[in-house]
Design a protein around this ligand. Structure first.
Ligand code: S3P
Length: 172
């Protein structure tokens, strides 16, 4: 694992901590930080729930994929949306253009964080549907270059773990 000045992509299910961890990690590394959902809202002028209402999930995925590619720049940490991996070819693209890091967390922990969130159009689908979605995505998430198990760890601990992994070759 080597910090090659490319983008760092945080991936993982809704509520896995991508935005919180990403922001703090970018500060530690002295990198810029972008949240893919926030960039989509900025760029389109429409909220995520409204995009889902207007063009559906498939339409959202197209916007998401395009925006992800536009955000690519050196020295950048990007918190992606939980479903970015459902875009065909995106995982291998991230691995070619940067480093993908999967924040792995137990479903129950993530579910508690997202269940009442009105800004996440998929989070009100109910427990069973969400759990199934998570199960279906696991094999995609685990294709990340790095997998970080966040279970029982604080944000600080997760950030330090990633920071050490990314910078360990610098001191050789
Ligand atoms: C989605 C996750 C959301 C957002 C959209 C769809 C998903 O991002 O992109 O609501 O399909 O898992 P977060 O993972 O930041 O909640």
């Amino acid at each position: 694992m080597e910090l090659n000045n490319q983008c760092i992509y945080l991936i993982g299910f809704m509520g896995s901590g991508k935005t919180t961890v990403g922001l703090q990690l970018s500060e530690e590394l002295g990198y810029s930080f972008k949240d893919l959902d926030q960039e989509i809202v900025k760029n389109t002028g429409i909220t995520i729930p409204a995009i889902f209402e207007n063009v559906g999930e498939a339409g959202f995925r197209k916007i998401e994929k395009k925006m992800l590619k536009e955000l690519n720049e050196p020295h950048c940490v990007i918190a992606t949306g939980g479903g970015v991996v459902e875009n065909e070819g995106v995982l291998s693209w991230m691995n070619e253009n940067g480093t993908s890091i999967y924040l792995k967390a137990p479903f129950e922990v993530m579910y508690k964080r997202i269940q009442d969130d009105r800004n996440r159009p998929l989070s009100n689908q109910g427990r069973e549907a969400l759990s199934l979605r998570f199960e279906n995505r696991k094999s995609m998430y685990t294709q990340a270059e790095v997998i970080i198990d966040t279970d029982g760890k604080s944000v600080d601990e997760v950030v330090v773990e990633i920071f050490k992994l990314l910078t360990k070759d610098r001191n050789l």
